[in-house]
Ligand binder design. Structure first.
Ligand code: ZN
Length: 249
């Protein structure tokens, strides 16, 4: 395995443009529960319809009450960046990583110090007014919803929505275009902690034009068969080693 890591680190160091694509597996070590899978949040505990855009639009009071309940289950305030997030930040700081495209909404890549993070599904640490577009800290919105039982409301009269892509909502097309362009222009694509089952992330790797493909994931993925590197290890073990080797001068 050390040979594989050394080889991948060399490829990252010599690549002109390396782009990372990350998913839930990068955040589980920070204590963020998974949404999908056997013990995922969606299922017995929370019906995904609870957080559908239609629910927000028709019953914002109930939506926000459930959102507070979800937050108390997730305890995102207790979660900080882990060794995998820090490894991406280190890779970028040493010039070996151009951007991180993530399916995660926990904001932990940014918290680790990574810049140019494309959050495909938004950022749960922010809320956005549905009328004027103003953004605020989600902590404030949770306090309001919890204390008053009313949805957090903007001074313009609009209701704040979590700045995430809810079920039934479309992703920001400009953001998806930017992600596709970055993958197409990369010569190394590092896929970490995602089984690539959810679009558009699932379709992003197909945009690459001959780029080296490295997949770091505990389980096999639809991409594994085409991967130049197939590393079935814990991302928090492997990524710091890769960053250390790739950033060595
Ligand atoms: Zn507003």
């Amino acid at each position: 395995m050390d040979d594989v890591i050394r080889s991948l680190a060399t490829d990252i160091r010599t690549a002109e443009t390396t782009v990372a694509l990350t998913g839930a597996g990068v955040s589980t070590a920070s204590g963020m529960p998974s949404f999908r899978g056997d013990d995922g949040i969606w299922g017995d505990e929370f019906d995904p319809d609870t957080f559908h855009i239609r629910r927000f639009e028709t019953d914002p009071v109930g939506f926000w009450a459930d959102r507070v309940r979800l937050r108390e289950r997730m305890q995102p305030e207790a979660a900080g960046p882990n060794a995998a997030h820090n490894a991406f930040a280190r890779l970028q700081a040493c010039g070996a990583l151009s951007a991180v495209i993530t399916q995660n909404t926990d904001g932990l890549h940014t918290a680790a110090g990574t810049r140019r993070v494309l959050e495909l599904h938004g950022n749960a640490r922010r809320v956005v007014c549905q009328r004027c577009g103003e953004r605020r800290d989600a902590e404030w919105a949770f306090e309001v919803a919890k204390g008053s039982g009313d949805p957090p409301t903007c001074s313009c009269g609009g209701i704040y929505k979590p700045a995430v892509v809810l079920f039934g909502e479309a992703l920001d097309p400009a953001l998806v275009r930017d992600a596709r362009r970055r993958v197409a222009n990369s010569d190394l694509l590092l896929v970490a902690g995602t089984s690539l089952q959810v679009d558009p992330a699932a379709s992003l790797p197909a945009q690459r034009q001959g780029a080296t493909l490295a997949v770091i994931n505990l389980e096999t993925t639809p991409l594994t068969a085409n991967a130049d590197y197939d590393i079935r290890e814990d991302v928090t073990d492997v990524l710091p080693k890769i960053a250390k080797a790739a950033c060595r001068r």
